[in-house]
Design a protein around this ligand. Structure first.
Ligand SMILES: *[C@@H]1O[C@H](CO)[C@@H](O)[C@H](O)[C@H]1NC(C)=O
Ligand SMILES: *[C@@H]1O[C@H](CO)[C@@H](O)[C@H](O)[C@H]1NC(C)=O
Ligand SMILES: *[C@@H]1O[C@H](CO)[C@@H](O)[C@H](O)[C@H]1NC(C)=O
Ligand SMILES: *[C@@H]1O[C@H](CO)[C@@H](O)[C@H](O)[C@H]1NC(C)=O
Ligand SMILES: *[C@@H]1O[C@H](CO)[C@@H](O)[C@H](O)[C@H]1NC(C)=O
Ligand SMILES: *[C@@H]1O[C@H](CO)[C@@H](O)[C@H](O)[C@H]1NC(C)=O
Length: 540
């Protein structure tokens, strides 16, 4: 049975193939992703505190950004942003946010007090901005996502974009050309990858931002990131984790053995009889686990819990903590997969076309047209950050088949970026951690907010074993939330633990903005910074 799309959207469900674009690979490694605030109409006019009618939140503005900060002579490209001065009063801060690795136009909710961004604006009389990250959406230095173009898609270029934007943008508000970071406090906010970018930027550009707020920030680049599944294993219902482990252990035993008939039986029972490569079958089963990442405290579960219910509720009775065991869980998973889940993942596609990753002619690998966030993000994965979501090492419990190892992911790097890699690459994680400090970050006025249930927690400063100490100038708060829960106002409304994190964040901003001083004129930027851009022009 196929759920209507509208029901999926309502439940916060967002599998990459939800709108079959012909270039999705549903079982492809799931990106870190920032949650959206509840959808409300945002097309109407916005009214400022003194009653002035402001442009609607979805009014798109543009900025001429340098294509290459190492070679400004290459000129500029059009970078999109959205902004509002709803809560702004003279002297207030400018609150800059990028949603990171996605088309940013859905994220205008981050201009409002439905998010921590707007709450900070409301408290501090600030203006909010949502900036689209280079190589996402319609903000592209070059007209495609070919390897040649992607050479400009580095973490340092993205950091330099934030600096150049802050120093040069003319905001569509009174005095909008004079609100530069040396005379006006700027706050940088991010979550997930853009949370890491917030930390990395404060490390790389000391003094530029008055403060930073980094939610679920994946600050440490980690090649083999099997720990992605640890918070899930520890916080999901015990019966469900026990049964998932049991099923995966069994599948691994069969897949790594030589009984071809037994192998084919499992594939067929999951409706993947025609999927040629076993690693793709094993990887596809990760999809159910990836659904954990979309969970929020304010929504009632969604697909992840449908999956657990399918395994654990038998004739209306819940399994005990140790689960029902393999004999029930295996056919129950097969049945959930074939009757419900596969259609959500793949629509009407054939299983091998949808889930197979070995056919290099597929458009998923070859299509270099813009606004393909999977491709842009995978460039960052393959070159810089790794975060490969694979099986736990032997000897540790695993929710993921041990067929899924680094090599499985890195082969796909080569498939997608043939012109860059003649063999599976080694992402430069150590270099990134050295350049931008990773877990060792110590800067002033940076607030870290993390969630215990966040699958990305083990790459944040709240990972087990990280000894970074929470201080007044760099607080680290951990709440009971999922990925980036604290960015959404509603998460604090429904959960006191998240509210406490948000309250600490707001208190830190109050402290830092109150103490902030403009830079003395003598050290302000010279001629370069004085260059005034034409007033940001709306795209119609
Ligand atoms: C309202 O505030 C805006 C700035 O946010 C300012 O430009 C405008 O002059 C103010 N209008 C009145 C009537 O005070
Ligand atoms: C804003 O949203 C409204 C309603 O969806 C739409 O009619 C309008 O064209 C949008 N404006 C812009 C600038 O995108
Ligand atoms: C959030 O902002 C709206 C105006 O956009 C205002 O009406 C509302 O009271 C604010 N919410 C809170 C909790 O202050
Ligand atoms: C067992 O599974 C059910 C259904 O998914 C769940 O509601 C319950 O919390 C689980 N119980 C334990 C102890 O894991
Ligand atoms: C590989 O993909 C191409 C393009 O979608 C398709 O035409 C071809 O049949 C596929 N080859 C195999 C072996 O599935
Ligand atoms: C962090 O600090 C530790 C201890 O000083 C050091 O061994 C490690 O290399 C540092 N890591 C990074 C990413 O700088």
């Amino acid at each position: 049975m196929r759920l209507p799309l509208i029901a999926l959207i309502a439940s916060g469900f967002s599998l990459v193939n939800a709108f079959s674009s012909g270039r999705s690979k549903p079982s492809f490694a799931r990106k870190p992703k920032i949650p959206l605030p509840p959808a409300v109409a945002r097309s109407g006019p916005v009214v400022s505190r003194n009653g002035t009618v402001l442009p609607p939140l979805n009014q798109t503005f543009t900025f001429q950004q340098l294509k290459d900060h190492t070679n400004p002579s290459l000129g500029t490209f059009t970078q999109r942003f959205w902004t509002t001065s709803e809560f702004y009063e003279e002297g207030g801060p400018i609150i800059l946010f990028t949603p990171g690795e996605t088309n940013a136009e859905e994220f205008t909710g981050y201009l409002t007090n439905e998010t921590i961004n707007g709450q900070i604006a409301q408290q501090e009389n600030g203006a909010t901005i949502v900036l689209e990250h280079r190589f996402y959406g319609l903000s592209n230095p070059l007209p495609d996502l070919s390897v040649e173009s992607l050479r400009l898609h580095t973490i340092q270029q993205a950091i330099d974009d934030l600096e150049y934007f802050a120093n040069n943008v003319v905001l569509p508000m009174p005095n909008g050309g004079k609100l530069k970071p040396d005379t006006t406090p700027w706050i940088l906010i991010g979550g997930s990858y853009s949370g890491a970018l917030t930390s990395w930027t404060l490390v790389n550009k000391p003094g530029l931002f008055a403060a930073g707020y980094a939610s679920s920030a994946v600050v440490e680049a980690i090649l083999t990131f099997w720990e992605y599944f640890e918070p899930e294993r520890l916080f999901m219902p015990a019966n469900c984790s026990a049964d998932v482990e049991a099923v995966i252990a069994h599948i691994d035993e069969v897949f790594m053995g030589s009984d071809e008939k037994a192998i084919q039986e499992i594939k067929t029972a999951f409706g993947m009889g025609d999927v040629t490569h076993l690693d793709d079958v094993a990887s596809a089963l990760q999809s159910n686990l990836f659904d954990w990442q979309s969970l929020l405290l304010s929504s009632d579960g969604g697909l992840f819990f449908d999956f657990c219910d399918a395994l654990e509720v038998k004739d209306g009775v819940n399994a005990p903590a140790q689960g029902w065991g393999l004999a029930h869980a295996l056919p129950a998973w097969e049945s959930f997969w074939t009757t419900t889940y596969f259609a959500l993942l793949c629509g009407d596609d054939d299983a091998n076309d949808c889930l197979g990753t070995h056919n290099e002619s597929q458009s998923f690998w070859t299509d270099t047209s813009i606004d393909n966030s999977d491709r842009s993000w995978f460039w960052t994965v393959c070159n810089f950050v790794g975060y490969l979501q694979v099986a736990a090492p032997v000897g540790k419990p695993t929710l993921v088949s041990r067929v899924v190892q680094d090599a499985y992911e890195l082969r796909q790097c080569e498939m997608m970026f043939e012109a860059a890699f003649s063999s599976p690459p080694t992402p430069a994680t150590a270099e990134i951690d050295r350049l931008y400090a990773g877990w060792n970050v110590t800067v002033d006025n940076l607030f870290f907010a993390n969630g215990q249930r966040d699958p990305w927690r083990y790459s944040t400063v709240s990972a087990p074993g990280v000894e970074l100490v929470s201080t007044q100038s760099q607080p680290i708060e951990v709440g009971p939330g999922f990925h980036c829960s604290d960015l959404l106002t509603i998460e604090g409304t429904v959960n006191d633990g998240v509210l406490a994190v948000q309250t600490e964040g707001l208190a830190a901003m109050k402290r830092w903005i109150a103490a902030w001083k403009p830079k003395p004129a003598a050290v302000r930027r010279g001629a370069d910074g004085d260059a005034v851009q034409r007033l940001a022009t709306p795209i119609l």
